[in-house]
Design a protein around this ligand. Structure first.
Ligand code: PMP
Length: 427
């Protein structure tokens, strides 16, 4: 494929935007080469600036469950935009979307809209701290909760007792309040709780992880986590930015049969427009300003365009739950086809799948956490990624990202993807 115009646009972008992109993973650093510039998209397909058509497996990193430029969402945005784009005053549609979202989530009474997943997780943690009167949080290595300071933390030298910043600009003072546990390892959480008795406000987790590839929690782990939190007066925060309204009407909570105390959403709830949200029961949400003392705000929060897109999207999903089954079946079809194609290559690989999230790891060990995900062979991954791209298949440009299927993908697209793997030389 030819990427002449993409390449020229990237060169120009680099003069004005750091690294030429507004979010680092877009720059293809992990896979080498240069990013593709999108011109437009429809359904399951991206059309780039050079006129190439790509089958899209990232769906804007999750939200476009029904495909790109989905008519009911588009029409809702256009109709709303004609009536004004932002007021900084309350509008009826905020309540409409809140009411619908709350009705899809059985343990939730109230929801607050923000502008991104980062804001949602940052605010959820502040609320948890305000509600419990405790400072520390536990997160899991490899889980991503946006780029607010408390989450840009890696295991420090005394991993059991404190974390250390993994980006310059994050202070040690902030890092000391974020403790790092190992995904799917309940004992690692129990140890942290024991070593920081009475100090932990919340445990935050991607209930099905999508930021170290797709990683599925074991039953014992996720239910054990709930029990540990209950025993120690710790709030359990599910970051459902990727899983919310994707793994089913009730997201990961429903899919895993477990309830969290605070939920974080993003992307999906805005139908692909900049949005996020966090939600909990009346008691916890009562701590939030203006009802309670925990401050949180946003000029563009609940803006009519994002609300109208979100309402159109969630209405479709709520009225047609068969979409979730259809997506799961398509993802299972892809899984089987990819396995058959990769079996023929004679190289070690793992495929993890949950609902419409799936990822391929080139390693012979089951991928259960960040360490096992990081063992994937990145040279093979690069060949795989670029070999697929050359055949018009757009996969996430990093081995640490999940694919997100959208329901506009048809079985011909999936079979074309499997055939493309057949054609690859990964030796
Ligand atoms: N949480 C999770 C699980 C995410 O995957 C992401 C982004 N991919 C975020 C939070 C942050 O969301 P945003 O990029 O909208 O700030």
């Amino acid at each position: 494929m030819i990427y002449k115009r993409s390449s020229a646009l990237f060169a120009e972008a680099k003069q004005y935007i750091p690294g030429g992109v507004n979010s680092p993973v877009r720059a293809f650093k992990a896979v080498g080469g240069e990013p593709i510039f999108v011109k437009e998209a429809k359904g399951a397909y991206l059309y780039d600036e050079d006129g190439n058509r790509l089958i899209d497996y990232i769906a804007s990193w999750g939200p476009l469950i029904l495909g790109h430029a989905y008519e009911p969402v588009l029409n809702a945005i256009i109709d709303k935009a004609k009536k004004g784009t932002s007021f900084g005053m309350p509008t009826e549609i905020e309540t409409d979307l809140a009411k619908l979202a709350v009705s899809m989530l059985p343990n939730i009474d109230k929801i607050r809209f923000v502008n991104s997943g980062t804001e949602a997780c940052m605010s959820a943690v502040r609320l948890a701290r305000g509600y419990t009167g405790k400072d520390k949080i536990i997160k899991f290595a490899g889980c991503y909760h946006g780029h607010s300071d408390s989450f840009l933390i890696q295991a420090g030298s005394g991993a059991v007792t404190f974390g250390s910043p993994n980006s310059p600009g994050v202070t040690q003072g902030t890092a000391k309040d974020t403790l790092l546990a190992v995904y799917n390892d309940l004992e690692s959480v129990a140890q942290l709780i024991k070593a920081n008795k009475g100090e932990i406000a919340a445990v935050i987790i991607e209930p099905v992880a999508g930021n170290m590839g797709c990683i599925i929690p074991t039953d014992g782990f996720i239910h054990g986590l709930r029990a540990l939190c209950d025993e120690n007066d710790i709030l359990l925060i599910f970051d459902e930015v990727m899983t919310g309204f994707r793994l089913g009407r009730g997201g990961a909570q429903e899919a895993l049969g477990i309830k969290a105390d605070i939920l974080c959403f993003g992307k999906v709830i805005g139908g692909g427009l900049p949005v996020g949200a966090f939600a909990a029961n009346n008691e916890i949400m009562g701590y939030l300003a203006p009802d309670g003392p925990v401050y949180q705000a946003g000029t563009l929060s609940g803006n009519p365009l994002a609300m109208s897109a979100g309402l159109a999207m969630l209405t479709e999903l709520n009225n047609n739950p068969e979409i979730f089954t259809s997506l799961q079946e398509k993802t299972a079809h892809l899984h089987i086809g990819l396995s058959k194609a990769l079996d023929k290559k004679g190289i070690p690989y793992q495929i993890n799948r949950f609902g419409s999230m799936i990822s391929v790891h080139f390693t012979d060990e089951p991928v259960m956490d960040f360490a096992t995900s990081a063992k994937g062979n990145n040279d093979t991954f690069k060949k795989y990624f670029h070999g697929m791209l050359d055949q018009g298949i757009y996969l996430p440009p990093s081995a640490f990202e999940s694919y997100f299927l959208n329901d506009a993908l048809c079985y011909e697209d999936l079979d074309a993807t499997i055939e493309a793997v057949d054609n690859l030389d990964l030796s």
